[in-house]
Design a protein around this ligand. Sequence first.
Ligand code: FE2
Length: 431
Amino acid sequence: MFDLLIKNANLPDGACGVDIAIANGVFTAVEPAIDGDASVTIDAANRLVSPPFIDPHFHMDATLSLGTPRLNRSGTLLEGIALWGELKPRLTHEAVIERALRYCDLAVSQGLLSIRSHVDVCDDRLLAVEALLDVREKVKSYIDLQLVAFPQDGLYRSANAEANLLRALDLGVDIVGGIPHFERTMQAGAASVTRLCEIAAERGLRVDMHCDESDDPMSRHIETLAVETVRLGLHGRVAGSHLTSMHSMDNYYVSKLLPLIAEAQIHAIPNPLINMTLQGRHDTYPKRRGLTRIPEMLDAGINVALGQDCCMDPWYSLGNADMLSVAHMAIHAAQMTSPAQMARLFDAVTVHSAKAMGLDDYGIRKGNPAHCVVLQARDPIEAIRLSATRLTVIRHGRIISETGPRLARLTLEGRPETVDSAQYAPVEQAK
Ligand code: FE2
């Protein structure tokens, strides 16, 4: 007797029509045909059943604050940071929690069940830190929330930033963050990378650094991050987020840099939605895209995970917790249009992101926690193309969100009365 049985599921790896059995919150079998009774049976009807979406780069302390106290007029990263600085003194514990929980509701409905959020520690009150620690506890039954101690105003540029960062880690924040390109000088940026990696090594923590989020081809803190990762033996435990300066770097230099990143097993976390809007703002024409070199990093053996970064905050006025829209933007901005490349970008919001976050028991496999999403699409590429409806979201074997399929009700003679849009995609395109 199973708690839940999903019949006729297509899996992201291309397997078609398999059955998935769930009992006691874990996957107990994933096989071509499973017999047996279940309390709940779902016929996936050859729709895609994916492990949940994962966002490895987000700012939950700022989310849903758009317009408070004003809008970002220039659209730049620097005005966004200044605007966040205006908002910070007005934050209240209750308001941060309320916005974060509202965002988590949206995330669940989008099948987004693991989030790594940076939290600003450049506030002596550590108000946002304490609020998001509360949120991490409140949502743990339905979302894995990792927190990164993020010195938004610079480890060395902001008074008390290092002390506050250490206090945040003492309070239980999971990961060490940084922002070397915002320090006063390149030297100070490099020194901040070294210091922050040493803190992580001393405490046995991971690192996730905002790194080189700039159009300046000489912003090369990722090089220092790779070297310090190797020196301190942090291989596979460090992420470089954004890395946008790589877009503008000299090709010869990049040919040396990518093997260094691969050697350090650094996870790259581009954020295509926000960086397509923030970067190139000082250009006339032609305007740079300002997105990092995703296909080149993948080809170099680097784990590339995509993040959303922002949702209705001082930096970005859109966002909807839909990691498929993140992959969709990456396909366009990085010109990754072949079927194999598009499929890799689906992986970038699922398995690659799980790897970046260190989630070892992720995936639809016997023995893993039963987290999955039934989508109104047949395969990963179709899911991205259609921004597929998350029909059923399952966490620990329990249905935690349901959304009805997109159905057109037609009256044309000779046509079906009800059309499931996802069922009418040409098979050749979906493969
Ligand atoms: Fe960020």
